[in-house]
Design a protein around this ligand. Structure first.
Ligand code: ADE
Ligand code: ZN
Length: 330
């Protein structure tokens, strides 16, 4: 299929990727054995069979349990290194990856262990093949704002040592019942410190959460945002401002945000002029990395080559790199 080859060869940026969500069952087993962590599965096949989700929470339960095998600096390096190899194979040349320090510090892992392993893989990839990458620290919204504040405080001493890679903060985990405004204070502090801001909003939560992510947290991108379509005024706002949406089609399918990819609103929003991007979210859990997401979406929604190029261009436009670097990429 020549359209699929066209997609594979397109240079693209990935802006919505949870590094813990790139933990493949094979590595999960390997690390569990090495670190003496017991898993409630007998085999890799059993793990994959358990990836049958009914909503975001049913996924998060397995995702947090799986992340418990990550313990050493080398584990975080290996995880990130493996993701980068897959990204490069998909012609991803830039990633702004999410990481969830609270998932690890709550288990007694030092926050510097997490930073160091991820950053070392990003830096090595930059030196070895010019692969560009940065880190967005995400707060878990099912936890309190005090916990988010202590996490930011614990990370601050690392800021200078990781200034080349740590560019932003974000908000993820269980959305409904945990609105953006719960984190108003910590986002105000992060903004004052010069961090770039993003938040998950409008994945399972209502359009009102997208409004408050923009108005209260003042985020620069919305992660997911697919429920924006229920609010015409919000759609108009996203279109005029070109606030990007980092959409994750296979994630939406696996978490039953949409019943069928053919019903996904990505093409409608793109054709309406919104700055929509395609991303993989948690590729080890949702059945595919970047190109799998592009190909499944292109097939289901009959995207044209021009639209696929627009999606790739949007991913660079929406990235947090300098304008000079953007000019080089598109
Ligand atoms: N953490 C990892 N993936 C997520 C998603 N799709 N939504 C919210 N939190 C997440
Ligand atoms: Zn996500």
């Amino acid at each position: 299929n020549s359209l699929h080859d066209f997609i594979r060869g397109l240079p693209k940026a990935e802006l919505h990727l949870h590094i813990e969500g790139s933990l493949e069952p094979e590595m999960m087993f390997e690390l569990a054995g090495k670190n003496g962590v017991s898993l409630p599965y007998a085999s890799v096949e059993e793990v994959r069979a358990a990836y049958d989700f009914e909503d975001l929470q049913s996924f998060l339960n397995l995702y947090y349990a799986g992340a418990a095998v990550l313990q050493t600096e080398q584990d975080f390096f290996d995880l990130t290194h493996a993701y980068i190899q897959r990204a490069r194979a998909d012609h991803v040349c830039h990633v702004e990856l999410f990481f969830d320090p609270q998932t690890h510090t709550e288990r007694g892992i030092a926050i510097e262990t997490v930073f160091s392993g991820i950053a070392r893989a990003l830096r090595e990839a930059k030196a070895a093949y010019g692969f560009s990458g940065s880190m967005i620290l995400c707060f878990l919204r099912h936890l309190s704002e005090e916990s988010a504040l202590s996490t930011l405080e614990a990370a601050l001493p690392l800021r200078d040592a990781y200034a080349d890679v740590w560019t932003g903060v974000g908000l993820d985990s269980a959305e409904v019942g945990n609105p953006p405004e719960k984190f108003a204070h910590v986002f105000t502090i992060a903004q004052a410190m010069g961090f770039r801001l993003v938040a998950h909003a409008g994945e399972e939560g209502p359009p009102a959460y997208i409004h408050s992510a923009l108005d209260v947290l003042e985020v620069e991108r919305i992660d997911h945002g697919v429920r924006a379509e229920e609010d015409p005024a919000l759609m108009q706002r996203l279109k005029t401002s070109r606030i990007p949406l980092t959409v994750c089609p296979l994630s939406n399918l696996k978490l039953c945000v949409v019943k069928d990819l053919r019903e996904h609103n990505l093409a409608r929003m793109l054709r309406d002029g919104l700055c929509v991007t395609i991303n993989s979210d948690d590729p080890a859990y949702f059945g595919g990395y970047m190109n799998a997401n592009f190909i499944a979406t292109a097939d289901a929604l009959q995207l044209s080559r021009e639209e696929l190029v627009q999606l790739a261009r949007n991913s660079f436009e929406a990235s947090f790199v300098s304008d000079a670097q953007k000019k080089i990429w598109y």
